[in-house]
Ligand binder design. Structure first.
Ligand SMILES: Cc1ncc(COP(=O)(O)O)c(C=O)c1O
Length: 300
């Protein structure tokens, strides 16, 4: 089989006699992927600049996609990730600290449970089928973060109404809870699809919107995104850049209230000298490539 065909075939390897319902994998997209990859080659080569937030035409296309879905989005608000899983992981790194309460629906996406559990979050599960129960849980628990799938719930297929999205956007704003909405399945539903939940909150509200081409096209593409207000987007962008350079660090905003240290990073000085040196060198390379002027120095 020609190599391009092997690469483009998104179907799982056939296992004799098994009907595999264990993972959500689109089948039969091989032709589409092959056509898209060859059509995109010139654009990709033309824009092969170093772009820490993702290729500019791709960010624009994602912004247009979200805008068409009813969430006005500028390309600068979009960070391209290696799939939705990385987007969830980065948001979690930036926003969740050990002991924080994170509310998730039950059932929910296991990869998100893993990310929050790894961060040491206190996970509280609330039934996915009743948005008012979720809203009441927010009032009771005042969590750091709410992770949910308003567009089309990955497991139950439920689509949250516009009213329910508005209530959850309002409640989370009032309580200072960050919302991480995962809309990876929202283009699948035949039901009327209201705009993403972020469209029901003010533009600078702490609502992050995650999506991906994994279900629509092919998970092998590893193209996902996160749309975040500028203050969060910058932090998420730098964390991703730092990870690319082989260093993980804790964002300063986690260590104080009202984002007082939003422009800072916390380094753990308990590491041995050589390890710390290596980390600082990598951070400085990441900072150089990321473009230092993006984040203002914190005022004294
Ligand atoms: C609800 C949900 N979110 C995120 C992901 C991760 O997607 P990606 O392949 O884009 O990392 C999945 C994958 O199955 C998923 O079902």
């Amino acid at each position: 089989m020609p190599r391009s065909e092997r690469v483009a075939d998104s179907s799982p390897p056939p296992s004799a006699g098994i009907v595999d319902l264990s993972a959500a994998r689109p089948a039969g997209r091989g032709e589409l992927v092959r056509a898209a990859l060859s059509a995109a080659t010139d654009d990709v080569v033309a824009s092969m600049d170093y772009s820490p937030f993702g290729l500019v035409p791709l960010r624009s296309a994602i912004a247009d996609h979200l805008t068409a879905a009813g969430l006005a989005t500028r390309p600068q608000e979009v960070l391209v990730t290696s799939g939705a899983q990385q987007a969830i992981g980065l948001a979690c790194d930036l926003l969740v600290r050990a002991g924080d309460t994170v509310v998730v629906e039950a059932p929910t996406y296991p990869g998100a449970i893993d990310a929050f559990a790894r961060a040491g979050a206190r996970l509280v599960f609330v039934p996915a089928d009743d948005p008012l129960v979720i809203a009441r849980a927010l009032g009771r628990l005042r969590p750091r973060l709410l992770y949910l799938m308003p567009g089309c719930h990955a497991i139950t297929g439920r689509v949250l109404s516009a009213d329910a999205r508005a209530v959850l956007a309002r409640e989370s704003q009032r309580l200072g809870t960050v919302v991480l909405e995962d809309n990876i399945f929202s283009d699948f539903t035949l039901a009327d699809q209201p705009p993403p939940l972020a469209a029901f909150a003010p533009r600078d509200a702490a609502v992050c919107t995650v999506g991906s081409l994994s279900k629509l096209i092919w998970n092998g593409l590893r193209v996902g995104w996160i749309r975040a207000p500028a203050a969060l987007g910058d932090g998420i962008g730098f964390l991703r850049e730092a990870e690319r350079h082989g260093v993980r660090c804790a964002p300063g905003r986690a260590f104080s209230r009202q984002a007082a240290h939003a422009g800072c990073l916390r380094l753990m000085y308990v590491q041995p000298h050589d390890e710390l040196r290596k980390g600082v060198d990598r951070l400085s390379r990441a900072w150089g490539e990321y473009g230092a002027p993006r984040c203002a120095a914190p005022s004294a």
